[in-house]
Design a protein. Structure first.
Length: 326
């Protein structure tokens, strides 16, 4: 039996949904409809040397792939249930590496309540590449988009910003910090935590929402463009981890350091806007769900389609604001 079919039979079939995936013996999955709900789909691909390092363990690569897609659906207020997977294995991906990749999938399927529905597996002479399409449900017509922000809305972000950028530097050996902080940052980079618990708050209160993958400033720019508003970001309000705060304080230019974290990417937090009158309720609901949220700015009628970055009340240039895809 070929390595491709052994991979499907021995590694991926045990992960498949017991009914909808048809045992991975067919070219399709068959999903029942859910009355009153929209089917929500998102797709992300990650490439060796671009989105993960060549020496990253493949179980963490698999988990990152699941989690970045879960993050997209959480930002829409959707409930995830399954995924389609495509693997282009490089020459480094022998049987033991494939087993490790599948083991990472199994851990996160259990943790997040999703199942494999189907996909494809091939070999490539280029870098290893993995693509995943995540599926979920949202109440019909209630998916939160990027285009609902209005002047006067408050801008929030979940969790902490900057650990993705610092985690990459730590994984590459370019960061000096206490060993426990380096370990925490590398863990965040390799296995980010999607803010699934925040989905009910997004559904109830968010006027616009997305996940922070390419850099906070750049991603807020997508909301500004789609909604036709200006967004003002106050750098000094940026929520940081202890490692991030220590890194900023060690820099001579705190403004530049904060801007670097706000444009670094790979955080997989949720940035969203809410009506000003809902600000306190959003804080209370998030606190009750044990999710940290921070108000970092507001939407304005001035400068529609742009993000104005300020530090202690003064404007500061932000460049392109984050990662751009070719």
């Amino acid at each position: 039996m070929s390595l491709e079919f052994s991979t499907i039979r021995d590694l991926f079939a045990p992960l498949a949904h017991p009914q909808w995936a048809r045992g991975l013996k067919d070219d399709v999955a068959a999903l029942p409809s859910r009355p009153g709900y929209d089917l929500i789909l998102t797709k992300d691909a990650i490439v060796e040397g671009v989105h993960f390092l060549p020496d990253d363990p493949l179980d963490t690569v698999a988990q990152k792939l699941i989690r970045v897609n879960l993050s997209d659906l959480a930002a829409k207020g959707a409930e995830s249930f399954g995924y389609m997977l495509a693997c282009a294995w490089s020459s480094r991906c022998g049987w033991s590496e494939r087993e490790r990749f599948a083991a990472g999938l199994a851990v996160d399927q259990q943790a997040f309540g999703v199942s494999l529905l189907g996909g494809d597996t091939v070999s490539t002479p280029g870098p290893a590449t993995f693509a995943l399409t995540m599926l979920g449900w949202a109440a019909r017509g209630e998916t939160v988009g990027r285009d609902g922000a209005r002047p006067g809305d408050k801008v929030f972000v979940s969790g902490r910003i900057g650990d993705g950028r610092l985690g990459l530097a730590a994984a590459q050996g370019r960061l000096r910090a206490a060993p426990e902080r380096l370990e925490s940052l590398i863990e965040h980079y390799r296995r980010p935590s999607p803010q699934l618990a925040l989905a009910p708050v997004i559904r109830e209160f968010a006027t616009a929402s997305l996940d922070v993958s390419d850099g906070l400033v750049a991603d807020l720019g997508h909301i500004a463009v789609a909604s036709g508003v200006g967004l003002v970001l106050a750098l000094e309000t940026l929520p940081l981890s202890a490692a991030g705060q220590a890194w900023v304080e060690a820099r001579a230019d705190h403004q530049d350091a904060l801007l670097s974290l706000a444009t670094g990417g790979d955080d997989y937090e949720i940035a969203f806007t809410v009506r000003a009158e809902d600000e306190d309720r959003v804080r209370r609901r998030a606190e009750g769900l044990h999710v940290r949220v921070t108000c970092i700015g507001e939407a304005t009628a001035a400068g529609p389609g742009a993000v104005q970055v300020r530090y202690l009340g003064l404007d500061t240039p932000a460049g392109q604001g984050g990662w751009t895809h070719g």
